[in-house]
Design a protein around this ligand. Sequence first.
Ligand code: NAD
Ligand code: UDP
Length: 327
Amino acid sequence: MQQNGKSRTILVAGGAGFVGSHLCDALLARGERVLCVDSFITGSAANVRPLANHVGFRLIEIDICDLRNVDEPLDQIYNLACAASPPQYQADPVHTMMTCVAGTGNLLALAEEHNAAFLQASTSEVYGDPAEHPQREDYRGNVSCTGPRACYDEGKRAAEALCFDLLRAGRVDARVARIFNTYGPRMQPHDGRIISNLLVQAISGDPLTIYGSGEQTRSFCFVSDLIAGLMALMNVEPNPQHPVNLGNPGEFTINQLAEMVVAIVPGATQIVYRPLPQDDPQRRRPDIARAKDLLVWEPKIALADGLRQTAAWFVATLGDKQVPGKR
Ligand code: NAD
Ligand code: UDP
């Protein structure tokens, strides 16, 4: 990945989060220098602690809404800074919106100043509760701009608009990845997302919570597959000029997912049904033809294998049946 044998400096905003910390690992493993920027609002120091003594790694603790400059030249910027789980991004919705708009604006200004390529972590949530299935990048979505998910969905849509305005103006080499539900080791145990909830509940011997009928669907991508896709999108030439879906097209109902968790984690049996949250999308599956074509990328890890790895990580991290801070 290095250019002409020279390592590059790559800013990873949100680098102490679940996805961001895996990206920092992968970039360092390729010999790049990493400047991790994070406020720790949902990230964890533990995710980047093993990197603290790495000669190529530096951490700046700051909110991207307040980030105006950095003191070294930058070659690339990945913007992953944003709470991603619905309970977390809804906890302070105004801050989520400002992170997406003002924070992304600050990082784009840095990209322009440093002539650095820029990759925005957008989301399948820009399609809202989709009326088209599977979702292709040219589908414009079905999003409520006034509902409880709007701070995230509309914030991410606005961030995409900023990226494409600056790209069209020739000011920033901006790329946009629309990431579908991603899971794996280092998810926070209590972030409220479906895979962390089900696995932690199963390991703790608690009932598995399913919201609504459980017949809603999602498509789950293992984190190593996503990281490969993000790096491919950042480095592909020429700039694709359009958003690119990154996700695993395997589609599962939440009931099917719960059955898989029951099969993987010994002792997990009981399921309880809870009300479906407002504006919860009914179906979601990426069309990844564009990523296959432009990036020669597709996911490799099957859901059952990824779930086993993630369950093993939760067990090792939290201690079998001993889940601290359990809610
Ligand atoms: P995460 O919450 O684990 O990581 C987000 C990181 O950003 C955290 O370390 C957090 O502290 C940091 N952060 C948040 N707001 C910040 C701010 N204003 N300033 C500085 N740092 C801030 O979430 P994740 O799952 O790793 O998601 C990473 C990115 O990928 C997010 O932008 C998210 O929208 C996007 N994404 C993730 C998924 C998924 O399923 N994981 C799906 C679609 C999109
Ligand atoms: N969900 C569930 N039980 C939980 C957590 C989530 O049934 O304990 C459902 C949620 O309502 C949604 C799906 O699982 O239909 C995926 O939820 P998640 O929050 O992981 O992601 P998103 O809704 O953002 O895709």
